[in-house]
Design a protein around this ligand. Sequence first.
Ligand code: URA
Length: 207
Amino acid sequence: MQVQIVDHPLAAARLTTMRDKTTDNAAFRGALSDLTQMLVYEALAGAPSVTVPIETPLTAHEGSRLATPPLLVPVLRAGLGMVEQAHAMVPEAHVGFVGVARDETTAQPVPYLESLPGDLSGLPVFVLDPMLATGGSMLHTIELLVARHATDITAVCVVAAPEGVAALEKSGHPVRLVVAAVDDGLNDVAYIVPGLGDAGDRQFGPR
Ligand code: URA
């Protein structure tokens, strides 16, 4: 599996803001939005484009646009804070939704929403979820996508645990990971360390 770590001083600065426990909800959402822009930009580097004939004010010109905009799939709740910025970057993209809660006693994913197009053949898909911890929510989402014939899936995450990366690798699904940092590991309640806490609570407040 391809793991692309977005190693850039601006990405590191936004990630530091997100990790800092004194950052309030609004500043956390702002940093997540900025970082999403960088992650999506990197995730689309090398994406196929098509030539588009246009006229500049001076002459005819062969322009270029993305050949196939990816379907954006935020994983609720935490992925909600990434979708607006990702959509601003690729305004022509369609958006699907997956909702997965976390059972706080078992750390197992509890799916509650699935709103996706029926056939994803030939369509790249970007799954937006800030935290790749055990990989349970991401794998659940990827399985929904693969069942709809997706063969080109990118997990766009802010922080990953090595355990989550290993789970994606082991699944054998057609997925690559674009992420700002791979952290040390999970603690005994499956939170990423050093991490940034609960990415849903940090954006929206506690449930
Ligand atoms: N989900 C989060 O929001 N944070 C973690 O550290 C792990 C899973």
